[in-house]
Design a protein. Structure first.
Length: 213
């Protein structure tokens, strides 16, 4: 069983990916893990990726696609199947993935798309505040400081400010929409509502995956 999980930042994709891997025993293929492994093992693509990263440059698509191909060609994939997490990020990468899977005689069985209202994600992602003196992290809504405190005692990182979060979400939505549409045309997208309890989200995912068997 070969799967792809998609969702906006803050939608709970990482949490659900871990639960899918644990329950179904598929190989978890995340972008970060793939890059670290390829560089540590000094594969052809890993060495190439490191040359860009060491210069502080973005790794080109062809190198990222090559690292994915190297990973998908490993023996455990044929035995266990996989869950792709964090790739593809662009429609060009999605087309490259199609070609890679075809060349390896593999196919994508399902795309789990965790849907969450962007407005609620802005609240979730932009609520983090940090105590200036202690460095403790709180959340304005989900984990507010207790007792008497002054707002001036806290600050927000630039990445956590609402306008920054909104820009990041807008970029992700623009990049993700054509990918979802691409796989929707293939009839393999399963939309799961992410504005639920974590266990309820996972129950919906399990139902979707079980329908593939």
């Amino acid at each position: 069983m070969n799967l792809l999980i998609m969702g906006l930042p803050g939608a709970g994709k990482g949490t659900q990916a871990a639960k899918i891997v644990e329950k179904f025993g598929v190989a978890h293929i995340s972008t970060g893990d793939m890059f670290r492994a390829a560089m540590a093992n000094k594969t052809e693509m890993g060495v190439l990726a490191k040359s860009f990263i060491d210069k502080g440059e973005l790794v080109p698509d062809e190198v990222t696609n090559g690292i994915v191909k190297e990973r998908l060609a490993q023996d455990d994939i044929a035995e266990k199947g996989f869950l792709l997490d964090g790739y593809p990020r662009t429609i060009e990468q999605a087309h490259a993935l199609d070609e890679t899977l075809s060349n390896l005689d593999l196919k994508l069985d399902g795309v789990i798309n965790i849907e969450v209202n962007p407005e609620s994600l802005i609240e979730r992602l932009s609520g983090r505040i940090i105590n200036r003196k202690t460095g403790e992290t709180f959340h304005k809504v989900f984990n507010p400081p207790v007792g008497d405190y002054n707002e001036d005692d806290f600050y927000q990182r630039e990445d956590d400010k609402p306008e920054t979060v909104k820009r990041r979400l807008d970029v992700n939505i623009a990049q993700g929409a054509p990918i979802i549409e691409h796989y929707r045309k293939a009839g393999i997208v399963f939309d799961v509502q992410g504005n639920q309890d974590i266990d309820d989200v996972f129950a919906d995912i399990v139902r979707a995956i079980s329908s593939l068997k």
